[in-house]
Design a protein around this ligand. Structure first.
Ligand code: LLP
Length: 427
């Protein structure tokens, strides 16, 4: 399915590599990413934007997948980055993305983070409040630099996505109300240390209900650009945000061409530089989480397949009731009869359930399964809850594969903890 193919002998393959071979060599749970899929999807998106004459710079949202090798692969294919912390900025720089291809977003950037970003020569800071604009002005003035600042506006549109990941409604914490934008933009132009470069918007994530919310938001943005220019204010850039959804199950997500069309129709004639900040659409389908069955247990009411991955690895089902495809790796498991089961992790809470009532064959201990579309908000949201080490990450490229993040060791898990002087055992 998608980036995976089935080899009758070797089982599920990612590009030219058998997932079973990866599990044998490096154990489970393990994240596996396809470099070919990353490049292909970046190219598809870039191509759709070019075709629609909405030529935009693609800035990958690092939060979706901050793996250095993933970022490097995308950087080599021409992507810039959208970052939301000093840590992400450092990762993007370490991956070889030039500072003038990096946008810094976020509702609560600290003084130190803003200073760091300006010292790096960041392409653009997306400011989200009047307070932040003053903060940036003070820092930039003290540093003797001009901060390129775009204003993130909240267009008050409903992207019809999960409540926890919708961002463009007026009740959300993000951006500044579009009605307040002209006055604040004018203030930006008058402040020392600030060069107003444009406006930005991001209305939510996993948007699957067509592009009408985008169209409305971008329409408001275009009106704003015209109003600002009518006041004599310079607007050179519009940042269109991310959020394009993917079909985890059978949702028909809007095609990149539809998004590109919405951008072209609303913002295409303004003579502004455009940028987009997709995360999930690029890296989600490029990754799987590979896990082993620990055991199958027959409960009073149902069969439980207990795997060695858990909510600390992939939290999306527990956090958003998200649906991920779960497929066996071995060819034999595709001809066996299917029956409903719950797939669960070993963590001590009921929320550690990946799915209920999914049709899967009987899976012996040691059988491998792959959680699909796990290349975005998978490893990046994992934790060590239940003192489980962070899983390894592997990059596949053609018939090569390499560990791109070592599995965390038990020693590393303990490192950094200290006993205070008053407890026995302190050194
Ligand atoms: N730009 C900004 C300002 C954002 O806040 C985000 C995501 C993106 C771009 C990229 O959005 P994408 O294209 O990936 O939808 N953890 C959640 C998703 C949270 C998204 C947060 N912001 C999940 O697992 O579904």
């Amino acid at each position: 399915r998608r980036q995976l193919t089935m080899d009758p002998a070797a089982g599920l393959m990612m590009e030219g590599v058998a997932l079973a071979a990866i599990a044998r060599a490096h154990g489970t749970p393990t994240w596996v990413y396809s470099a070919g899929t990353l490049r292909r999807r970046l190219g598809l998106l870039q191509g759709a934007l070019d075709d629609a004459r909405a030529k935009a710079q693609v800035h990958f949202a690092v939060k979706a997948n901050p793996n250095l090798a993933v970022l490097r692969t995308l950087a080599e294919a021409g992507a810039g980055a959208d970052v939301v912390s000093e840590g992400e900025l450092r990762l993007a720089r370490a991956a070889g993305i030039a500072a003038d291809h990096i946008v810094f977003s976020g509702v609560g950037k600290t003084l130190a983070e803003i200073r760091y970003a300006l010292a790096e020569g960041i392409q653009q800071i997306n400011a989200e409040s009047a307070e932040e604009v003053e903060m940036i002005s003070a820092i930039a003035t003290a540093m003797g630099v001009e901060a390129p600042v775009a204003l993130r506006v909240n267009p008050d549109v409903d992207a019809k996505t999960h409540a926890k990941i919708t961002t463009g409604k007026s009740e959300n914490k993000f951006g500044i109300a579009i009605g307040d934008a002209p006055a604040l933009y004018a203030r930006m132009a008058s402040l020392p240390g600030i060069r107003p470069v444009g406006v930005a918007v991001h209305i939510g994530s996993q948007i699957t209900a067509g592009v009408s919310a985008y169209r409305i938001a971008y329409g408001h943005l275009a009106d704003l650009v015209r109003a600002l220019r009518a006041q004599g204010l310079p607007v050179e850039r519009v940042d269109c945000g991310g959020g394009l959804g993917i079909p985890y199950r059978d949702e028909p997500p809007p095609a990149p061409a539809a998004l590109a069309g919405a951008i072209a129709a609303t913002l295409g004639n303004l003579g502004v530089e455009l940028m987009v900040e997709p995360g999930r659409w690029i890296s989600g389908p490029a990754g799987v989480l590979l896990a082993s069955v620990i055991l199958q247990k027959t409960g009073a009411e149902r069969r439980f397949v207990v795997v060695d991955a858990a909510m600390n690895d992939l939290v999306r089902p527990a956090m958003y009731d998200a649906w991920h495809g779960i497929v066996p790796v071995s060819p034999a498991d595709y001809v066996a009869p299917i029956a409903p089961c719950d797939v669960v992790g070993p963590i001590c809470e009921t929320g550690d359930t990946f799915t209920r009532n999914r049709g899967l064959p009987s899976l012996d201990p040691g059988s491998l399964v792959a959680f699909l579309d796990a290349g975005a908000y998978g490893a990046s949201m994992s934790s060590t809850y239940n003192s489980r080490p962070l899983a390894a990450e592997i990059l596949v490229d053609g018939d090569r594969f390499a560990v791109v993040r070592e599995r965390q060791t038990q020693e590393a898990l303990l490192a950094g903890q200290k006993l205070p002087s008053w407890l026995a055992g302190a050194t």
